[in-house]
Design a protein around this ligand. Sequence first.
Ligand code: ADP
Length: 476
Amino acid sequence: MKILFASAEAYPLAKVGGLGDVAGSLPKALKALGHDVRIVLPRYGMIKDSLEDVARFPVDLGAAREEAGLRMARIGGVPVYLVDKPDLYDRPKVYEYDDDGKRFGFFCKAILDMLPAADFWPDIIHVNDWHSALVPAFLRSTSAGDARFRRIGTVLTIHNLLHQGLFSRELFEWLGLPGDLWGPEGAEFYGQLNFMKAGIVSADFVNTVSPTYAREIQTAEFGERLDGLLRSRGSKLSGILNGIDYDVWNPAKDPFLTQKYSKSTLERKRSNKTALRKEASLPEDAKAPLIGYVSRVTAQKGFDILIDALPKILDQGVQFVLLGTGEKKYEEPVSELARIRSDLMVWLKYDEALAHRIYAGSDFFLMPSKFEPCGLGQMISLRYGTIPIVRSTGGLADTVVDVTGDASKGNGFAFREYTPDALLEAVRRAVGFYHGGRGWKSIVQRAMSADLSWSASARQYVALYEKVAARVSAAT
Ligand code: ADP
């Protein structure tokens, strides 16, 4: 099949979080299955090297016709189209600009308008999160006049429903979205333009990144005010678990580690712990288990309960390293605590290499998320034999089985209630298990044996694309 994979991020060209990991790895897995898959991204400021110029092409918006450049790069053999529009994208960051609505709205229209210049006519355009979610909406009007567009099917994957892309009605007009989409049945959301909602109502199929999150977002607790709409799509909403990129995340080949290791050379994992402890200036207490945390420092990731529980977690005789950036209201108290505790190290930055060393050097990996569409940290840590302690929600519930509940399948520690006490209790059980010694090696080996690659999930995506393509071709 011919697949165009649209995303705001794709590792290693541009990554902010899990979306970047997925867009950098799922297309490679689809290519390995024999499909012609190509990625499309905006050409941001950090994407500069060895780019090929392909063409210039017009982008038709409501009131104006603008021009953009089409350039090309590659990720592991997968061609990457780059929409080059310097006034919108030639900046140091991916997101968080005042004109993000215009930046990603333009991106969505450019994805369709570049196809003639690229001379690439995909069977499926797979869009991801709100940044590319207007593509299926634009396709309605584009396809009216051109049969080549009518044959394209669309899939929208929701990686995080919290971020929907809400902007003014003026942007709707400026972009020139089909007028009939303005209304509660369409792209409008309480008087504003909602990119994600436009995608949900317009895409041929909507899925999300884990089976549990697919169920959760149909409830008021997790639905971010779109649960009613998502319930109404019920049968067309599925969950496909993300995989991780085994080329990037492999302790036996990881160039960032002090010592590489595998299931059969587990003793070498220890030198990564020693090195990490040194890097973090933690005391050399051979008995203390080391808990790692690599994630955004936000409410979603469980910071309300973590800030509360952290002093008591440290009092369990553990050491803790935290790497992440996010909201000041959490960054400040956690760094304040690190100033007075010798058993806690906090790095408030983004650092890919250090993240690898934390995954490898820790005994446990903590993810007390309030909600978690899929979560990659727990999967990466399993692959590194670092036992996850997680709140059982979304993809965490689908990937981590509590060892106390099922000793033969268990690969981590899980708690349900979103409270500091429940978190603390899970850490207590984990630390007790670690010191108990019995079963530790087998849980680590079981963690490292699980198949967390893309191979199964990529096949599920192909099956989904085929279903959508068949439906589209029957309708045209
Ligand atoms: P989300 O996409 O919600 O941020 P995920 O668990 O799906 O969370 O993916 C997060 C990805 O970003 C993982 O690959 C993680 O290692 C990485 N990451 C998050 N924060 C940092 C950081 N400060 N430094 C390096 N890598 C980070």
